[in-house]
Design a protein around this ligand. Structure first.
Ligand code: XMP
Length: 324
């Protein structure tokens, strides 16, 4: 019978056996899967696990600091890397969603690779990083080897196979037999913060595909503020856990508004909240009007540059969850 405790016990024993005194590097994303994988590996090999967490400038507001902090509290050996400037620079002038994804994925591999080399250099002579740890779960394995669902073929998701060829590392994936709900149960049994375990899915390219068209630091800043207001209100009203995924989207469209006796001409924020089982299909969530009204007021009153908020009432298919 499968239980989180027996899974943890056998997996840690297997990892110890497989890895012995080897060193492992792992990229944390702040999400459930990589966090659970990291804690399992940490329990098996302790300080021989080296975690890397990259700030690509496309995370949610304050997420880098908060997540880094909670990982440190868990005792993980972690390097946080501020690569915001590099990502913004590479994304300058780019508007095509697929090109953005490729650039973000490519920049991530570059940053991760140089961080991995740094980790290597800090190790004593003769000790080598031999493994790449990954939080791949069973559905990721299926999706990457068999029939690709609509979202996998239409958009290039790059959660699997992010290993650059030149890094001759063996891959260790302790969660690759588990489904998401099992990963959450294992995470809870490991004592991981419920705030991390209960997080909505968040795409690898992050806010980069929630800012339609060109990405700039200024737009990221606007979107982060609006998104933070939205997510905080979902949490405070109890809706966060009833929604599979939610987020704000920055529309590079200006519309006319009025403030005092001034005419404004500012951007639009779209709010999206969906219910889903696996992201392949999704229904928009009927959030209460009062809640939408409160969120809209707060965003318009507090986020400079926004004078209009709209709610996305499209289901998938034909709309996708993300706007890009
Ligand atoms: P769509 O927009 O295809 O999204 O309906 C389905 C699920 O996949 C996530 N998503 C991504 N995740 N890299 C990722 O890691 C991506 O490029 C990407 N695009 C979409 C999306 O957030 C949703 O959970």
């Amino acid at each position: 019978d499968w239980t989180p405790d027996t899974f943890i016990e056998t997996t840690i024993a297997e990892l110890k056996d497989k890895l012995q005194n080897d060193h492992v590097i792992l990229a944390l994303s702040g999400g459930v899967d990589s966090s659970v994988a990291a804690v399992l590996l940490h329990q098996a090999i302790g300080k021989n696990l080296h975690c890397i967490f990259v700030d690509n400038g496309l995370l949610r507001k304050d997420e880098f600091e908060q997540v880094l902090d909670s990982y440190k509290h868990m005792g993980l050996n972690i390097k946080g890397i501020d690569a915001k400037a590099l990502f913004y620079d590479k994304l300058k002038g780019v508007t095509d969603p697929e090109r953005k994804r490729k650039i973000i994925g490519g920049a991530f591999i570059d940053v991760f690779d140089s961080a991995a080399h740094e980790v290597q250099q800090e190790l004593p002579e003769g000790v080598e990083v031999k493994w790449l740890g990954q939080g791949t779960i069973y559905p990721d394995v299926i999706e990457s080897v068999s029939v690709k669902g609509p979202s996998a073929t239409i958009k290039s998701h790059h959660n699997v196979g992010g290993l650059p060829d030149f890094m001759k590392l063996k891959v260790v994936e302790p969660l690759n037999t588990l489904f998401k709900d099992e990963v959450r149960r294992v995470g809870a049994a490991l004592g991981i913060d419920p705030l991390i375990l209960g997080r909505h899915p968040f795409p690898g390219p992050g806010l980069g595909i929630r800012i339609l068209g060109e990405i700039t630091a200024e737009k990221v800043n606007i979107l982060q503020q609006a998104d933070a207001i939205y997510i905080r209100n979902l949490r405070e009203s109890g809706w966060y856990n009833k929604v599979w995924q939610a987020g704000a989207i920055f529309l590079p469209v200006q519309s006319v508004g009025v403030m005092g006796d001034e005419r404004t001409y500012e951007y639009v924020i779209a709010l999206r909240a969906v219910g889903s089982l696996d992201g392949m299909t999704a229904d928009w969530i009927h959030l209460p009007y009062d809640l939408l009204a409160k969120i809209s007021n707060e965003i318009i009153n507090h986020v400079k540059g926004i004078n209009r908020v709209v709610y996305d009432i499209s289901s998938k298919p034909p709309a996708t969850i993300e706007w890009e």
